[in-house]
Design a protein around this ligand. Structure first.
Ligand SMILES: NC(=[NH2+])NCCC[C@H](N)C(=O)O
Ligand SMILES: [Mn+2]
Ligand SMILES: [Mn+2]
Length: 297
């Protein structure tokens, strides 16, 4: 496979500085070399340019940094759709989860039927009226489904990007009250940690792949590193106890690789200031390799 690596060191969608170092930390952990060793060819196009929050107006406190975030999403969407047209697999490194607004808009432009598997402790399904923080990284999946502020919803001038029936959230364990209501109202498929405990990662992922990839459609994988238990991934801005174990996360990635349905992937929320000796970045590399087909034997 030909993989195009795009760095999106954006931290405007989250409160915590340090997530902007994520793409570098992931590269330092050996991503490109190890993808080569797996037999892929890699075209690393570097990072998109992100303005410093210090130089940006915060704007509406319930939609912080809306303006620069939508501008960057347009840029990233162009860059990702270009990769798809060049028949390269887009692998986008965050940055906070707001960058997925651009990456998924770019993929969806080229593949209108793409489904999304969102592996995350959170649902990122808030809108302006339900957000407890005003941080846009908590609103991105809703925006991609067509909900919320129209400037987020209408990246590229069209909406929605993803059919609600093809969205699957895996690993959820921290949902806000208004967010829960929205998820129910729109019948979004959410596999919580309780579902994982009850049914096991294998059954859950099999069903997730069937839902997101309905009618043999393609799947975008969005991996938020805070889906893992904070013991495994300490370097994230919004850690929540009781997350995916090391093996559960790997097995989920291995099943996705086996499905051969994944056409693009984000890895987000690696925060190097909060990390311990690049552990979380290293784990991000390991999980990406499993998603890209690395097997134990
Ligand atoms: N991508 C993330 N880490 N999102 C965390 C979101 C936290 C919280 N639900 C909020 O909306 O503020
Ligand atoms: Mn997230
Ligand atoms: Mn999260």
């Amino acid at each position: 496979m030909r993989i195009r690596v795009i760095g999106a060191p954006i931290d405007l969608g989250a409160d915590r500085r340090g997530v902007d170092i994520g793409p570098r930390a992931i590269r330092y952990a050996g991503l490109i070399d190890q993808l080569h060793q797996l037999g892929h060819s890699v075209n690393d196009v570097g990072d998109i340019n992100i303005p410093l929050p210090e130089n940006q107006p915060t704007g509406n406190p319930r939609l912080k940094y809306l303006e620069p975030i939508t501008k960057l999403a347009e840029e990233l969407a162009d860059s990702v759709s270009e990769a798809v047209r060049a028949q390269e697999f887009p692998l986008i490194l965050g940055g906070d989860h707001s960058m997925s607004l651009g990456s998924i808009s770019g993929v969806a432009r080229e593949h209108k039927d793409v489904g999304v598997i969102w592996v995350d402790a959170h649902a990122d399904f808030n809108v302006e009226d339900t957000t407890p923080s005003g941080n846009i990284h908590g609103m991105i999946l809703a925006a991609l489904a067509g909900l919320g502020d129209e400037r987020l919803v209408n990246i590229g001038g069209w909406a929605p990007k993803i059919d609600k029936n093809k969205i699957v959230i895996v690993g959820a364990r921290d949902l806000d009250t208004g967010e829960q209501k929205l998820l129910r109202e729109h019948n979004i498929h959410v596999f919580t940690m309780s579902d994982l405990d009850r049914r096991g990662i294998s059954a859950v992922m099999q069903q997730a792949i069937e839902i997101a990839g309905a009618n043999n459609g393609p799947i975008h994988l969005s991996l938020d590193m805070d889906s893992l238990d904070p013991h495994e991934a300490p370097g994230v801005g919004t850690p929540v106890r009781g997350g995916l174990s090391y093996r559960e996360a790997h097995f989920a990635m291995e099943m996705l690789a086996e499905s051969q349905r994944v056409i693009s992937m984000d890895v987000v929320e690696v925060n190097s200031i909060l990390d311990r000796e690049n552990t979380t970045a290293q784990l991000a590399v390991e999980l990406t390799l499993s998603a890209m087909g690395k097997k134990i034997l």
